[in-house]
Structure formats: C-alpha cells, structure tokens
Design a protein around this ligand. Structure first.
Ligand SMILES: Nc1ncnc2c1ncn2[C@@H]1O[C@H](COP(=O)(O)OP(=O)(O)OP(=O)(O)O)[C@@H](O)[C@H]1O
Ligand SMILES: [Mg+2]
Length: 228
C-alpha cells in the first residue's frame, strides 16, 4: 500500500507514495520545511478520512495552526476537525504532560496504546527533541521507542533535527526511510531541496530535488535537480 504525502511532486520521487504502515524520519536544518511537509501529510490523510495524530512539544494546537497560516492547503480546517488528534507533550516550563495517555507505563507504551485505541492511520512526531524529556538514557530507550512505532499499523513521520549535520543518529538507521530537507545559500539566494536518503523496498532517486514554497505550501519539482 502506498500513502500519498499530500506534497505535490513528492510522490513521484518514491514510486507513487510512501510504503504504508512504516516509520520515516524527516530531517534537515532549521526552517528547511520539515513541519510544513508534515502538516501537508496530515492534511492529506485527514481529507482521505484517515485518523491522524500530531504530537508536539512546547507548542499548542493554535500556535501550530498559526505557524502554518501563511499557507492555504487547508491545515487549520482539518486540525479543528475530529479526524486529527493533537497532543502537546511538554509544556512551556518543561513539564511533561503524558497524563493525557492514561497512567500506565512510560511514553513508549502509552503512545502505542493511544495509537491502537484511536486506530491512528497517520502520525507526526515533531520532534525527537521531545524524547529527551522522557528518556533518561536516550541511546538505549530510543531503540525501543522506534521499534514499537514500527510495529504499529500507522504510517509515521518522526521529525529529527540534526544537531550534528555530518553524522546520522540512531533513528536514521532504524527507520524504514529517511527524507532530508536542504537549505543553503547560493549566489545570493536561498536554495531549497529535498533528498530521499533511503526508502526500503522502493527504487529511489537519491539526488537533491528542487522544492519551493508558495501560498499552497511546499511543492517538489521532481525533474529539477540541485547541486551542492
Ligand atoms: N510563501 C513562502 N515563501 C517562502 N518561504 C516561506 C513561505 N512561507 C513560509 N516560508 C518559510 O518556510 C520555512 C518553512 O519552515 P518549517 O517550519 O516547515 O521548517 P522546519 O524545518 O520545521 O523548521 P524548524 O526546524 O525551525 O522547526 C519557514 O522558515 C518559513 O518562513
Ligand atoms: Mg518545525
């Protein structure tokens, strides 16, 4: 089963869509488009009648809607519909708020139970930084967290800021696919692109493809390549 990303042009890079029920890591520098991509992914799912989940930290639903308010791809409407569940797991003051999930176990088991109970088809976790609030030993606990997500029937995007742009982290190796957004200065302007680093079971083109923002959100130009 292929899942449409909701981002014009993107599905052409991955044989028509993301393989469903899998876990993908979305990485890239600040402002490169990770949250916009994920918001379009959720909008696409909600519009197709899927149950969706958006998980953030330090950010209310209204703030997220406001961040995306330059765009007109219908995000605010789906976020206010009952197709999308929103969870802000860490408050401004750094306080954890997983009581929304019940009282049993840690983040991993509670999130799994929530996903199963609500029959979630698509999920976005924005971002891995929130895990630091829950895991005492990140490198040990992230493996269990990712394996658990991989075992659900949900197609999940896990946003991962790369604190060290030269080295990949555990989540990049464990995920079924890695989507990388680039932005860099070139001849006086900002060049933006997207690159599929890996996508298990799919023939991919690993080049960097040009992306652009407009009122309609992010789009990919599958035939235009960008050199770094
Ligand atoms: N119409 C537009 N034209 C050009 N750029 C735009 C337009 N609308 C928004 N942007 C910019 O696109 C960027 C997209 O940001 P987005 O929030 O998706 O990135 P991100 O990778 O999630 O960043 P962060 O790591 O900070 O969370 C923002 O910097 C925003 O200012
Ligand atoms: Mg973001």
């Amino acid at each position: 089963m292929r899942v449409s990303s909701g981002v014009p042009g993107f599905d052409d890079l991955v044989e028509g869509g993301l393989p469903g029920h899998r876990l993908y890591v979305v990485s890239g520098p600040p402002g490169s488009g990770k949250t916009t991509f994920s918001s379009q992914f959720i909008t696409q799912g909600a519009r197709s009648g899927e149950n969706c989940l958006y998980v953030t930290m330090h950010e209310s639903k209204e703030e997220l809607i406001n961040d995306m308010s330059n765009f007109e791809f219908g995000f605010s409407k789906v976020m206010r519909s009952d197709r999308v569940q929103f969870l802000n797991l860490v408050t401004e003051s750094g306080k954890r708020t997983i009581t929304q999930f019940g009282t049993d176990g840690g983040l991993t088991s509670r999130l799994k139970a929530f996903i199963e109970k609500n029959d979630i088809d698509r999920a976005v976790i924005d971002s891995t930084m929130l895990l630091q609030h829950f895991f005492a030993d990140m490198s040990e606990e992230i493996t269990g967290f990712l394996s658990t997500l991989k075992q659900t029937d949900t197609t999940t995007l896990l946003i991962s800021e790369m604190t060290d742009p030269t080295s990949y982290a555990d989540e990049h190796y464990l995920a079924h696919g890695v989507i990388f957004f680039h932005n860099f200065m070139e001849s006086g302007g900002m060049t933006r692109g997207v690159q599929i680093i890996k996508m298990r079971g799919t023939k991919i083109d690993c080049d960097i493809h040009k992306i652009g923002f407009s009122d309609r959100g992010l789009r990919v130009f599958p035939d235009e390549k960008v050199k770094r």
